[in-house]
Design a protein around this ligand. Structure first.
Ligand SMILES: [Fe+2]
Ligand SMILES: [Fe+2]
Length: 203
């Protein structure tokens, strides 16, 4: 039997009238803790959220904008644990019901163009896609290093990236595709993840 398609079959999400409507960080964590039982997945979502926030701040965005980036990262896989066949339709519909800013919802909808059929357009869309798989690979690498993130180098990550048997579930194709779309060299993305990810707030 063919697995159900995750294609969302639409390109627009949320209602523009809800621009700037967000969840507080506390509300987002409540949702995350209710929906996600798998601790590793929680770590992944928090790491991607942290990378998104830090990237927005590095780009000079206001704290309110960086918060939106943070939310997109934090919630992008919220339905993956309990409802994988509804990923990411369920979290999108939840955020639409809660009248959240369409930009956040759309970024979540395009974190896997091959699966969801939604083309990344904005910087938020593109960077969420760019960080998602790479974050997982770098984290897997940190877990096999006795020092974790300390002293990690870009070239070490690149070696693992080339070794297709390492963290084999991480799509190298998606990492390359995302970097191209974001117009950020993969090396720069790796350097950013290495520099920031070890400091993600995971509590
Ligand atoms: Fe996902
Ligand atoms: Fe993810």
């Amino acid at each position: 039997m063919q697995s159900p398609s995750l294609n969302l079959n639409r390109q627009e999400f949320g209602d523009p009238i809800n621009k700037d409507k967000v969840l507080t960080l506390e509300e987002a964590h409540t949702l995350l803790n209710e929906w996600v039982l798998n601790e590793r997945l929680k770590v992944h979502m928090k790491q991607v959220g942290h990378l998104m926030k830090e990237y927005a701040l590095q780009e000079g965005m206001a704290a309110s904008e960086a918060h939106k980036w943070h939310l997109a990262g934090l919630l992008h896989d919220a339905d993956w644990d309990q409802w994988p066949d509804q990923h990411c339709r369920k979290i999108i519909e939840e955020l639409e019901t809660r009248s959240i800013d369409p930009e956040i919802i759309r970024a979540i909808a395009c974190h896997g163009p091959r699966y969801f059929g939604v083309e990344p357009r904005t910087a938020m869309d593109k960077m969420l896609y760019a960080f998602d798989e790479l974050s997982g690979l770098v984290h897997a690498y940190s877990l096999m290093r006795p020092e974790g993130y300390a002293g990690m180098e870009v070239k070490g990550v690149k070696k693992r990236l080339k070794d297709k048997t390492f963290a084999a579930q991480v799509s190298r194709e998606d990492i390359d595709d995302a970097a191209q779309r974001a117009e950020v060299p993969v090396d720069d993305l790796i350097a950013f993840v290495v520099a920031k990810q070890g400091f993600a707030e995971l509590s």
